[in-house]
Design a protein. Structure first.
Length: 255
C-alpha cells in the first residue's frame, strides 16, 4: 500500500513537470485516435444499423401493445381499428421510407431516419385504411376515437360514396397529425441522445486504454502512473466528438 502511494506521489510530481502543451497534446492525441477508431468501426460494420433496428423495433412493439390495450376499452368500432401488428407496421414504414430497403433505412443518421418516418407518416394520413397498422403505431397516445374517425371517414374510405370530408374528420386528422409529430420528435431526441451516450462512453474507454498502453510501454506497469492516466483518458474521450465535428466541418468546407 505504501509503495503504491509513493508511486502515485512520484507520478504526480512527474506530471507537474509536464508543460500544459504536452498535457493538451496527450489528451488530443488520445481523443483523436479514439474518434478515428470509432469512425472506422461505424463505417465498416453494421453497428448503427443493428442498434437502430433493435431500438425502433422495441419502440414499435411498445406502441403497438399500448394501442391494443387502449383499443379494448375504447368506444370506437373494433372493426374500424383491428389489432395492430408491429411487424406489419415496421414493414410498411420501411416500404414507404426507402422502398423496402431496410439496409438503407437503418443505416441513416437518426435525424435523417426520423425525416423519412415523417414523410411516411404523411402518406399514412392520406391513406389510413391501407396503412392502418403504421398510422396507429406512429400516432399511439392519440385518442382512439380520433384514429377511428380518420380511418373510417378519410377521403380514401369515402371515395366510393362520393362524400366530402366532415368537420369531425378534419379536426380528428389534425389532432392525430400533431400526435404523430410529437412521437417522432421523441424518437429523434431519445434515439439520438442514447446513440451519442454510447459513442461517448466507448470513446472514453478507448482513450483510457490507449493511454494506459502508452504509459506501460513508456514507464512500465507502475500503479501510480496508470491511475493518473485514467482522468487524462476521460478528458481525451470527452474531446473525441469535438475532433469528429472538426473533421466533419473541414470535409464540408472542402466540398
Amino acid at each position: 500500500m505504501q509503495g503504491d502511494l509513493n508511486a502515485l506521489t512520484v507520478a504526480i510530481a512527474k506530471i507537474a513537470d509536464i508543460s500544459a502543451w504536452q498535457f493538451i497534446a496527450a489528451i488530443t492525441a488520445a481523443g483523436t485516435i479514439a474518434m478515428a477508431m470509432l469512425q472506422l468501426v461505424k463505417d465498416l460494420t453494421p453497428l448503427r444499423r443493428w442498434y437502430q433496428r433493435r431500438w425502433l423495433r422495441r419502440w414499435f412493439s411498445a406502441h403497438a401493445d399500448d394501442f391494443n390495450d387502449a383499443r379494448k376499452g375504447a368506444d370506437a368500432d373494433k372493426k374500424t381499428l383491428p389489432v395492430v401488428s408491429e411487424e406489419k407496421a415496421e414493414a410498411l414504414l420501411v416500404n414507404l421510407a426507402t422502398g423496402g430497403d431496410d439496409f438503407a433505412f437503418y443505416e441513416l443518421a437518426s435525424e435523417q431516419m426520423v425525416a423519412q418516418m415523417n414523410a411516411a407518416a404523411q402518406i399514412t394520413l392520406d391513406y389510413p385504411k391501407k396503412y392502418c397498422d403504421l398510422l396507429v403505431v406512429l400516432s399511439e397516445g392519440a385518442d382512439v376515437d380520433d384514429v377511428a374517425t380518420v380511418v373510417s371517414q378519410s377521403p380514401e374510405g369515402l371515395k366510393s360514396r362520393k362524400a366530402s370530408s366532415s368537420p369531425d374528420y378534419l379536426e380528428a386528422r389534425t389532432r392525430v397529425g400533431h400526435r404523430i409529430q410529437r412521437n417522432l420528435d421523441a424518437v429523434q431526441i431519445s434515439l439520438g441522445s442514447q446513440w451519442r451516450f454510447w459513442m461517448q462512453s466507448t470513446a472514453i474507454v478507448l482513450s483510457i486504454v490507449l493511454l494506459e498502453i502508452g504509459v506501460v510501454l513508456a514507464s512500465g506497469p507502475r500503479m501510480g502512473t496508470m491511475l493518473l492516466a485514467i482522468p487524462v483518458g476521460i478528458l481525451g474521450g470527452y474531446l473525441a466528438p469535438v475532433a469528429r465535428d472538426l473533421v466533419s466541418a473541414l470535409q464540408t468546407l472542402r466540398k
